[in-house]
Design a protein around this ligand. Sequence first.
Ligand code: FEO
Length: 399
Amino acid sequence: MNTLEIMKDVHWVGAIDWDLRDFHGYSTEKGSTYNAFLVIDKKTTLVDTVKKKFSEELFARIREVNPSGRIDYFVLNHAEMDHTGSLPEVFRAFRPEKIVCSAPCRDAIIEHFGKNDWPFHVVRTGDTLSLGKRTVRFIETKMLHWPDSMFSFLEEDRLLISSDAFGQHFATGERFDDEVDPSELMKQAAKYYANILLPYSGLAAKLLESIKAMGLKIDMIAPDHGLIWRKGVTDILKAYGDWSSQKVLPKAVVAYSTMWDSTTKMAAAVADGLISQGIEVKAADLRGWHRSDVMTELLDSGAFIVGSPTLNNGYLPAVADLLCYARGLKPLGKIGAAFGSYGWGGEAVKLLNEELERMKVELVHQGVRVRYVPTPEDLENCRLMGVEVGRTLRERLGS
Ligand code: FEO
């Protein structure tokens, strides 16, 4: 099995999940990897494990690079099953002296596996562990992505093993960032942030500040999913700075669904108005767009405009799906509006406005609704709504 020595005596021994297509409602069209690392030192140490169904891959890779056949320490950066599913098997095989993790990680592992007699060694931010020639410094990263998450920094190697943070669901035969298409890599990193870490942006921003204050010199960032950053360390840190501050661009998402294409025509007119103000537009017909791709576009968009016809005194299921998902991910700092057609009743726009306000989207237009089929005048009103949203966004951005 292919392994890779990512730096001297630090081996990638993880697994590639080529087939993963859904991660809790997030479409993972590129698959994923579960990265685990074996550090050969006086105390041979396994940092993280893999999803249960990939245990054999993990064992095979460990066998290939671990002549002693012994593992002294396990370090667990995160308790979620994609990184600990194989833990009971690897524990039985190697019986390590210590399982090093945060206190919430220990508690979660005990609750998941019922193993409170394992040799847990709890660490907190700033604690270190000597492996022999090298020292590991631990940094708790609460809620990135669970309460138990932490980073492990191999000081002498300047290697930050970062668990979910800086990851991408991106299955490749390559292991390093500079071996793949950089725009695809950054797109997958943004998708990961938008769909996993966005709700914890405040904590992510504080973490970036504290890493800066610690003065860590980082040559390589090895997340537990996807490619390892060696050329793009500065780029991914900067991107996380932008994403965690929820910095927005002159960009708008127009997300909608339709029954008989009246709302589609309205969406096109809204987009036209936005474009006239120099706004980059992503018009997403939710019959074809996946909710997680809409979130990726919404990450750096300053405006969120939603359209649906009225159906059964509500709005279409595809729109409800997106709004439910987006509300949980807590995007901030957006302006917005709503639109849609109706035959009778016509509640959708009012309900969409209420939902956008619940999401803390600032409404800058009362919305447009049209009966049955938009007339040229109706479409002009839609276009003017786009103009209004676009102009307001430009003013807010000072551009
Ligand atoms: Fe990759 Fe939160 O687990």
